[in-house]
Design a protein around this ligand. Sequence first.
Ligand SMILES: Cc1ncc(COP(=O)(O)O)c(C=O)c1O
Length: 413
Amino acid sequence: MRSKPGGKIDEAFDVQNEALSEALRLLSDQGVVNPVAALSLLPSSLPEAGAGERELLPRLATLVLGGAQRLDDPLSFAHMDPPTPWLTWAMTLWNARLNQNLLHPATAPAARIIEARTVAWLAPFFGMDGGHMVPGSTVANLTALWAARELRGIDEVVAADTAHVSVEKSARLLGLRFRPLPTDDQGRLLPETAVGLDRACLVLVAGSTSTGVIDPLHLAGSAAWTHVDAAWAGPLRLSDKYAGRLDGIEHADSVAVSAHKWLFQPKESALVFFRNTATAHAALSFGGAYLAAPNIGLLGSHGATAVPLFALLWAWGRDGLASRLDHCIATSEKFAAFVAADERLELLAQPETGVVVWRPCGEPIQDFYVALPAGLSSRTTVAGSEWLRCVAANPTVDVDSVIDAILNAFRLA
Ligand SMILES: Cc1ncc(COP(=O)(O)O)c(C=O)c1O
């Protein structure tokens, strides 16, 4: 038991098994999702007197659990955000309890090694020799471009005009010019336009945000530095069946992969890999004063996000992960086949990495979209035209129910 400043016991810092069990019970008893009711509970200003931990739990459940979309719903097919397996929840809870800071070896002796081991497990699938964890591929892209600027003196970032916003954002932050290249009607970079790359970092996207297409990866190695943004589709490298779709990635200098997408991790979890990690890390390394180990990359204090990833990879094995990814691809193909066969619907193209872009023929997208259940589909613009987008991030999606909901939307729209 810890004591409060006034001398009383402060149980807030002790393991409260009963309270934690109650929090878990509320988690499984999720109830009906009702964001409007949930938000009505929000205090408008900081309460002067505390509501008390135990007393607050039911209200927090209504607000936080009741106010959230369920990513494991059988109809959840709209975004690149997967549901997370329970093992990752347990590891995240342990992380919160320990609150280690990986900046300091003294506070995280094992966790630093767990991160290094996790990175070492994954890097070879991309032809890379190491890297480190970051909170998202936005930061992974920025870190990689930063290394490119330090090591190769690039003055320009070149990428498809459909590349994720983080690429142009990173160029601006680093004081580099951004040159967008034209793309085909699905958003793939046109290879013949990738010229004049002697002082450029060429960013190739493996699994574009809107349509899931893969840029021509044979271009890797044709610029002063090549970075592959594999935020979405990178994990396919672990699938025997689909790894070949990303062939060429091994010639890149750096690769970004979001673990909170197709590695089924809680946010914020991603990796930046380098072909030559010692050189890249040396260029991004700062030290001195109170630091017992060099501070590498963008982050200062950071937590043990590798722990849930390491745990899941260990629990599932490569094979367990690959079978879930293969299943996700199969769901996207089944859905695309339904769209292609229904003459009232239009399919942009066969999905390359589980992203299905489709729309009702001749209907206004808006009316049809609002008639769909929330979380079934998102909206996107491809070559100036509006489409709907479904993403196979949820291994528990039920394509038959998705199809029923779409047929029902035709009746409602
Ligand atoms: C292709 C691509 N790159 C980068 C990002 C940014 O990744 P994050 O959201 O992990 O920062 C995304 C996010 O959707 C993406 O689709």
